[in-house]
Ligand binder design. Structure first.
Ligand code: NAP
Length: 880
């Protein structure tokens, strides 16, 4: 066994005879464990408050059915439940193979809802099990038992803050600290060198600066070693092995042992004792832990502590606003490559990496290929209580058919803020393709139902079938009954059945499928949740019945299936710019007949993800008179979001056009006037820029003008535009070269945006939705377009009266006007005045939530360019 020297025995005997000696203070593990668990309970409650729906998760994996393991597991599960940890017990049968155990571990490792995984030892299987291999299969960041080589290695190297410490030694340290004794410089003796108790105990004491001796079964002078210990920790698994007389007077004695010895006085015939002979040791020690009620309860408490700690680390890693992102800074090449060549040459990150970098959980990301992913809406719910970042909207002036480069500038600005100024930044842009691919074409407009009107009761049976004597009425059908003033579903009178099944649609009022497609896209873009989308879809008016009441998709009972079809389309698509800045591409409602900007969900999610110091750069379609007005009066009204800064993109080319240069046509060479410096003509066109600055300022926000530089633009021309913009009241005006230089070319813009975002916002809408619809139209026409007044056609007057009667008069208005002029005449450039805005027709997009008002110049179809930009691109060419 071990050798006890005579001197130790003598010394022990002497001390033992000291009658003045007081008994050791008992260090109660029960009490300390309760304090620890109470504290953890509060921490978990605070976590749940901050992150709704979040709970620390623990899994205990057991193989077999050992009684002692069952007892320990039940104690762990009970403590977890008390604290608020979501603990699950996975028990595999004793027939489980090592492979099966490993597979379960891998599955738990990948489950983001689990923050702690412990494998209950010993593994009680009839099959061979390599315990080392099994414990090491646990992901180190979930190894709350601290048994993997990674965690053990870190502990042995003193990286205490970066590892999980095994629970029993961790509990021992907590108990030692309860005595008030400082460990530093003390002589500590540990008996035992197992992976679970002795070895980590040694490391912990060592890195808390004790001088440590570790003893084991081969130690020759155990009693003598024990006699030198100011702190003694025993984990030998030998009942009452350490005698009181070995213990140094006043020492702290921590007894980890759990041993059962026969005791005829107990009903069970046995009792639990430690590795220390407690009665004699209490007479010499200063402090001692009892068995039971000492280290045992602390082990469980420390397991809970590690689990909560692991959950905290998980949350910290994924705290919105804390990004660990790597950008790719591009060195622009001379001569500039084509867009397709640049795109092909980019080494983009995998979408999984980007998602992790911007703090998304893996279960929130649905990858589509290597470079795109849909983001689940749970992410927004998780970040609900987080502050929003700064919100910047990019708009333009009334452009040539070639555009101003708004999206290029928006992306360049996001790159400059992100990759160059290291500020969390998201770009939100519209999807480039039209909305029709969502398959809205052919949704029931109701014609079929009209045809079978004579078969009303049969139809009622078909629509609301009898199941076991009960009518199964869908929620949509109940809503229709309520709408008809029928407060029951069965039995219905013949008249009620007739009213229910007979939509009685006035065929002249049926909404065309193109309008429906546009409205559905607008709904996708304006909904903040699945629930809201379904509610909006249910409100789509597909026709008016012969009594003048609206017939909706809900009346047709198609709104539910429609919502199911669109469920995935509602998730924003995560992509990245050439510099690795995250971008959401989501929805593409047209800026004429809808609000023309990326979805509310993309903006909301991005604003949470960037954190309070970050930026989201979003875009609005066409010029400030069209897209920006709708962005504010429609999108912001529904989202509740308030931008901080407006960026107006302008080009010398377009301002020359507004100053009288000949029209520009896509696909044709630019007229020669555009390649010559003409400051007079340019200055003449700047009246248009001023008007658009005023338009943006009407909403009370700081406006920055970004002049998108083209290679032929001269310095005097660029300076002239910037000067004119500042004179017109812009907060700043800067040149941008991001098309050729990437984010570096938009640094001045990024810095101006940063400064402007610090100003207190004074945002206000242009009109109150409660005023008559005609007045709303007039306000937009006069304040944004500069019209003298509106001219309502008889048809639109009729529609206004109908919609007001139907209760839709208080919706915001969406004017569909040409984007080629401030007026409704595409040929009028500059700042047209003294014109009437003819409103030819009005359509109620009740689901989307606006009245769509057509003007003579309305283009309700996709805005197909005369020379589509896809020309010249090939999947395969000789060189690649
Ligand atoms: P273990 O793996 O059996 O290790 C025992 C250690 O003690 C070994 O290092 C062994 O030395 C040493 N040892 C055995 N007999 C000795 C002797 N006569 N003199 C000196 N050293 C001796 O046991 P363990 O898992 O570490 O557990 C130790 C004790 O703690 C057990 O009673 C166990 O029930 C208890 N425990 C309690 C908790 C709790 O929650 N309270 C948790 C874990 C363990 P060698 O290395 O040379 O063999």
């Amino acid at each position: 066994m071990f050798a006890v020297t005579a001197s130790v025995l003598r010394r022990g005997a002497l001390r033992y005879r000291d009658s003045q000696r007081t008994m050791a203070t008992i260090v109660s593990g029960n009490k300390t464990a309760k304090l620890v668990k109470d504290r953890l309970k509060k921490e978990v409650a605070a976590m749940k408050d901050q992150f709704p729906g979040f709970r620390p998760g623990l899994v205990v994996l057991q193989v077999g059915d050992r009684d002692d393991s069952n007892l320990y597991i039940s104690m762990k599960l009970k403590a977890a439940a008390e604290i608020g940890i979501n603990a699950n017990h996975i028990r595999l049968p004793e027939t489980a193979t090592e492979d099966e155990v490993l597979q379960r571990i891998v599955a738990v490792n990948e489950n983001p809802a689990v923050h702690g995984l412990i494998v209950q030892l010993p593994l009680d299987s009839i099959n061979p099990m390599n315990t080392e291999k099994v414990t090491n299969a646990v992901a180190p960041e979930k190894d709350v038992d601290g048994l993997t080589s990674i965690n053990a290695g870190k502990l042995s190297r003193g990286d205490l803050g970066d590892c999980f410490i095994p629970c029993t030694p961790n509990g021992c340290m907590e108990l030692i600290s309860q005595t008030g004794l400082s460990v530093m410089g003390k002589n500590a003796v540990v008996i035992g060198r197992s992976k679970i108790v002795g070895a980590p105990m040694h490391d912990l004491l060592l890195w808390n600066h004790a001088t440590v001796t570790t003893c084991h079964s081969k130690t020759l002078d155990l009693a003598e070693q024990v006699g030198r210990a100011d702190i003694l920790v025993v984990g030998a698994g030998r009942a009452e092995m350490v005698k009181g007389e070995w213990v140094k007077e006043g020492a702290v004695v921590i007894d980890c042992g759990i041993n059962h010895i026969p005791d005829s006085s107990k009903a069970s015939g046995k009792r639990v004792v430690g590795d220390v002979h407690y009665p004699s040791a209490t007479e010499r020690a200063g402090y001692i832990t009892p068995v039971p009620g000492g280290v045992g309860p602390m082990t469980v408490a420390m397991l809970m502590k590690n689990t909560v700690e692991s959950a905290k680390r998980f949350l910290q890693k994924y705290t919105p606003g804390k990004w660990n992102i790597e950008y790719t800074k591009k060195n622009p090449l001379e001569p500039q490559l084509s867009d397709a060549e640049i795109s092909c040459s980019c080494q983009s990150k995998t979408i999984g990496q980007l998602a992790r970098e911007v703090g998304l959980f893996s279960e929130e990301v649905e990858p589509y290929g290597r470079s795109r992913a849909k983001i689940r809406l749970d992410a927004l719910k998780r970040m609900e209580k987080q502050p929003d970042g700064k919100y910047v909207v990019v708009t333009g002036i009334t452009s040539t058919p070639l555009g101003e480069g708004k999206r290029t500038t928006a992306l360049g600005l996001a790159q400059a803020l992100g990759a160059h100024l290291n500020i969390n930044t998201f770009a939100c842009v519209q999807e480039p393709s039209p909305g029709s691919f969502f398959g809205a074409r052919g949704i029931a407009v109701g014609g079929g139902y009209s045809q079978i009107i004579p078969l009303e009761e049969a139809l009622f049976d078909l629509l609301v079938p009898l199941r076991e004597g009960q009518r199964s009425v869908s929620p949509a059908q109940l809503n229709r009954l309520t709408k008809l003033g029928i407060e029951k579903s069965d039995p219905l009178t013949r008249t009620e059945i007739r009213r229910f099944v007979k939509l009685d649609i006035d065929p002249d009022t049926a909404t065309d499928s193109g309008s429906l497609e546009n409205e559905i896209m607008a709904i996708l873009s304006l909904s903040s949740s699945e629930e809201e989308m379904q509610q909006r879809l249910a409100k789509i008016v597909v026709a008016t019945n012969k009594s003048g009441d609206p017939v909706t998709t809900e009346d047709l009972d198609v709104s539910g299936p429609l919502a199911m079809l669109l469920k995935d389309a509602l998730k924003p698509v995560l992509m990245q710019t050439v510099e690795g800045t995250p971008a959401f591409l989501h929805t593409s409602p047209l800026a004429d007949i809808a609000q023309g900007s990326p979805s509310i969900l993309a903006d909301k999610l991005a604003l949470k993800m960037v954190g309070s110091e970050g930026f989201v750069v979003t875009e609005s379609g066409h010029g400030a008179d069209i897209g920006l007005e709708k962005f504010f009066n429609i999108k912001c009204r529904y989202s509740g979001l308030r931008p901080d800064v407006v960026v107006i993109v302008a080009t010398v080319r377009t301002l020359k056009m507004h100053g009288g240069a000949p029209p520009v046509q896509a696909g044709l060479p630019l007229p020669k006037e555009y390649s010559q410096e003409n400051l007079k003509q340019l200055e003449g066109g700047c009246c248009h820029l001023k008007r658009q600055i005023e338009n943006a300022q009407a909403f009370g926000l700081p406006v920055i003008v970004a002049v998108n530089k083209f290679s032929g633009d001269t310095d005097p021309e660029l300076e002239l535009v910037c000067g004119q913009a500042r004179e017109a009241g812009a907060f700043d005006a800067v040149q941008c070269t991001n098309w050729s230089e990437g984010g570096a070319g938009a640094l001045a813009l990024a810095e101006a945006v940063q400064r402007a975002a610090k100003l207190p916002g004074q945002f206000s809408f242009l009109y109150d939705t409660q005023i008559p619809a005609a007045d709303k139209l007039r306000t937009v026409a006069q304040k944004m377009y500069g019209a003298k007044d509106i001219d309502l056609s008889p048809k639109s007057k009729e529609k206004l009266a109908l919609y007001t009667k139907q209760g839709f008069g208080n919706l915001p208005v969406c004017i569909a006007k040409t984007h080629l002029s401030l007026s409704n005449d595409p040929m009028l450039k500059g700042v047209p005045t003294n014109f009437m805005l003819p409103i030819t027709d009005i359509k109620a997009h009740v689901g989307a939530g606006f009245l769509c008002c057509m003007t003579e110049s309305t283009n309700t179809e996709m805005d197909d360019p005369m020379w589509p930009c896809f020309h010249g691109n090939n999947l395969y060419s000789d060189s690649k």
